[in-house]
Design a protein around this ligand. Structure first.
Ligand SMILES: Cc1cc2nc3c(=O)[nH]c(=O)nc-3n(C[C@H](O)[C@H](O)[C@H](O)COP(=O)(O)OP(=O)(O)OC[C@H]3O[C@@H](n4cnc5c(N)ncnc54)[C@H](O)[C@@H]3O)c2cc1C
Length: 413
């Protein structure tokens, strides 16, 4: 099955050593230690990104979100430190940026999402100065806290484009900022605005009213259908584009003292330009089995996949065992029986000390793990977000241990 023109071949090649890549590799090797698994990953670091929100809020150390990639690659897997530049699924091969061509029998596509900082005019030049910050990258997240800590009143603006990973993250930092501003006694001197390019505050309608109440409580004005298109850091002006029902576009300018930007996000170019891509450029997989719809020896999960659910690490945790079982069945020539139901979850930080956890499956059906009110902000869930989940990630999920409590649909009214 492997291509003859490849420089080297592995039985299973995993593209990306992020949350999905390491979890799948560890789980595969736990079940079948003799497998020949290679992980292609250009970065020397691995990050637990969900804690970036807390780093930006000044309540978590960036160092605690990262490990050396070599320390998280499971024993028995081969790490190839390179980036994939092109895909040749008809030859069962991928092209690496070091010039090598890598062959495979089974391919797992998990290179994450592309952060498109260049989509907003002027953003790249001013990010990290002039009060323009972002929790979305390890290189910029500490500046968010510097900006918040130094904020002495004025306009604090938060943006959200569609689509994005962790659709709650742009709101979380807005609520932390509002709480911080209030604690510093700057409430009367400050205006907080949340601009979303989408038409709703959250994708699952059941969570919209409780989140609107949180925004109102914090005095955060929510402005929908406004997409950030330009930033002038020197003048401290952000420009938003809005489109009316007739498709006419108008632009509005907004002064800021602090601007937290969530970058536009899209499928990585090398996927979008490949035969693996479907609509939107994502790896086109079956929504239940995670197997590619045209190439049966290709699987995908996580942010780069077409799985029609909210892109989160919590989703990866439930997708990974499904991919692993089905990939092994595929190697064995058996039917693929494991099914993913669209589970995803977003711990919505609503102030310093409280969290509401939005858990749902396909079609927006609310499915909490614990028998607690899913729309209530609690201190218990703050503890889960800040302490339990990071430890669980490093010790359980990344090591391929699939400890789980089944989520269940519950009445929401
Ligand atoms: C600010 C923020 C807050 C978040 N909050 C939460 C939360 O509270 N809860 C939650 O569940 N999720 C949250 N997430 C989302 C979560 O982190 C992602 O959904 C998750 O990491 C996706 O895993 P992945 O493996 O698909 O992608 P990633 O973990 O991003 O990994 C992708 C890997 O692929 C590598 N790669 C990229 N290009 C190539 C290439 N060409 N060749 C080879 N490798 C490549 C990258 O270097 C990276 O290591 C948050 C994310 C952010 C940024």
């Amino acid at each position: 099955m492997q291509t003859e023109s490849a420089d080297r071949c592995h039985q299973v090649v995993i593209i990306g050593g992020g949350s999905a890549g390491i979890t799948v590799a560890a789980s595969l090797l736990r079940r079948r230690p003799e497998l020949d698994v290679a992980i292609v990953e250009p970065s020397s670091q691995h990050y637990y990104q969900p804690a970036f929100t807390l780093v930006g809020g000044g309540t978590y150390a960036l160092d605690n979100t990262r490990r050396a990639i070599r320390d998280v690659v499971p024993k028995g897997a081969t790490l190839i430190q390179a980036a994939v530049t092109a895909l040749a699924p008809d030859d069962n091969a991928v092209q690496l940026d070091d010039g090598q061509r890598l062959g495979y029998s089974q391919l797992v596509m998990v290179p994450g999402i592309k952060l498109d900082w260049g989509r907003v005019d002027g953003l790249a030049a001013t990010l990290g100065k002039n009060g323009v910050c972002s929790n979305y990258s390890p290189g910029t997240v500490r500046y968010t806290w510097q900006c918040l800590d130094a904020f002495s009143g004025g306009n604090a603006i938060f943006t959200q484009p569609p689509p994005l990973k962790c659709a709650g993250a742009p709101q979380k930092i807005a609520y932390l900022a509002a709480d911080h501003v209030k604690r510093k006694g700057l409430g009367d001197k400050s205006t907080l605005k949340f601009y979303s390019g989408g038409g709703a505050l959250f994708s699952v309608p059941a969570f919209v009213p409780p989140l609107e109440r949180v925004a109102r409580r914090h005095g955060v004005e929510v402005i929908l259908s406004h997409d950030l298109v330009a930033v002038d850091g020197e003048r401290k002006v952000a420009t938003f584009e809005m489109q009316n029902a007739e498709g006419e576009k108008t632009r509005v300018e907004q002064d800021f003292d602090l601007l937290h930007v969530t970058p536009h996000q899209c499928a990585p170019d090398f996927i979008a330009q490949s035969p693996l891509a479907g609509a939107g450029g994502w790896v086109e997989v079956d929504k239940a089995t995670t197997q590619h719809v045209r190439y049966p020896n290709v699987f995908s999960l996580g942010d780069a996949s077409s799985l029609p659910t909210s892109k989160t690490l919590a989703a990866v945790r439930k997708q990974a065992p499904v991919t692993v079982k089905n990939l092994l069945a595929n190697i064995d020539g058996k039917a693929l029986t494991a099914q993913y139901d669209g589970y995803t979850s977003c711990p919505l930080v609503t102030d310093y000390g409280r969290v509401m956890i939005a858990e749902f499956i396909y079609d927006g059906v609310v499915t909490p793990t614990l028998p607690l009110d899913p729309f209530k902000e609690t201190r218990f869930y703050w503890w889960v977000k800040k302490h339990f989940l990071p430890a669980f990630y490093w010790k359980q999920m990344l090591t391929g241990r699939e400890w789980d409590i089944a989520h269940k649909p519950r009445k929401t009214s």
